[in-house]
Design a protein around this ligand. Sequence first.
Ligand code: SF4
Ligand code: SF4
Length: 437
Amino acid sequence: MLRTRHKSVVFMGIQSTKKKVLTKRGVIWLGQTCNLRCHFCYFLDRINSSSHPEHAFMSLDKAKKICSTLVDFYHNNSIDIQGGEPTIYPGIYELITHCRKIGLLPTLITNALVLADIDRCKKILDAGIRDLLVSVQGLGETYDKIVGVPGAYEKQAKALENFQQLGIPIRFNCVLCKMALPQLSDIAKVAIAKNARVVNFIAFNPFCDQASGKRSSENVPRYNEVTPYLNDAMDILAQAGVECNVRYFPFCMVAERHRKSLYNFQQLSYDIHEWDFASWSWTGLTPQRTKDGDVSQPVTLQEATVSPIFLPSTLQHSVGLGRRIANALPIIKKPIRAVYRGMLNWYQKKKRGDSLDSLYRQNARMRAKEHCKYAYGECCATCDVQSICDGFHGDYAELFGAQEATPIKIGKKIDDPQYYIKEQAKIVEEEDHGWAC
Ligand code: SF4
Ligand code: SF4
């Protein structure tokens, strides 16, 4: 083991560090076409409906244009390529090579079924893939049930063998749905056996298509039902030195020793394998997710962050008036937009200082509060980490209430989003050593 600057450690050839920096990773959705039907998929309706505007894959030219904006406007240096399922995208090899060429290190977020064919693995390797984030949602028949396709696990298992044989770096994603819970420890063991560098456990949340009545107490586990399985799986990974992250889960619902691995919205930006809020705000917009039509103008993080409801009433009035004038007279849309941007920049600097970290934090809070309607239980008011915790997802609180919340007592109020995660060592790939370690 070799110690380096910034509390970094090299273990079995992989460098990890406790230093935390803002991520530079972008994301692209090529189209919601997939060979599986996971019951918790955020895009299930779009995948099931071939007439949905986001269903069909976009052209390679449009995908390349989005990638160029990620580099030129957002200064991203890596990218998560998603479909639906990106391995069935016709131009996938060319897109991987293109991303490499323009300075975006490419990861595929994949169910990996297609990669049971070792020749396909060789092709993505030759094209320039950096690593794969494999969605391991369960094992054996349970996996097949979760993803809705018999025989799927067998193919995924073969693909995992291929990656090991060819030395393709992998990380795991696993959604914390009810069926998967009894297998979390075994999934952790498979991750270790297959040399996964990271395992992410992700709360089953009602994002996108899951917001429309598919979730119930039948498929969503209560947090305290998740807790013992999660603690055990995290212990196994910790013992083996494999990085583990848990997304969108209240701090009080895991053992204290694991809180350093919990990523609520305020912590997400400090995981360099997560998405940059700035570019994510743009690629998440409809024009960047559809086959038809051109891409839209990039948005700045300020624009994506300052919701008019956070502005003082005089500025709210000006924004509303500006929008009405711009809509009535499209020719002056550009200058109005420039004034709006200037106003937001000014407001940001005046109210919250110029720090990028504070802007990302504000965006995180807006995502939790406005987009996801996160709520706190009554007792959260007495919790010392409330200011850095999202609380309970609004939809979860409606299903189960928020009585499970157990206030954390530290002896002082914590306001540093990195309070827990600064103790977590995260792996950093060689290409990122210069800025992230
Ligand atoms: S593999 Fe991914 S995109 Fe496909 S259905 Fe499952 S969650 Fe959705
Ligand atoms: S704020 Fe509430 S949900 Fe979050 S850790 Fe504290 S008690 Fe738990």
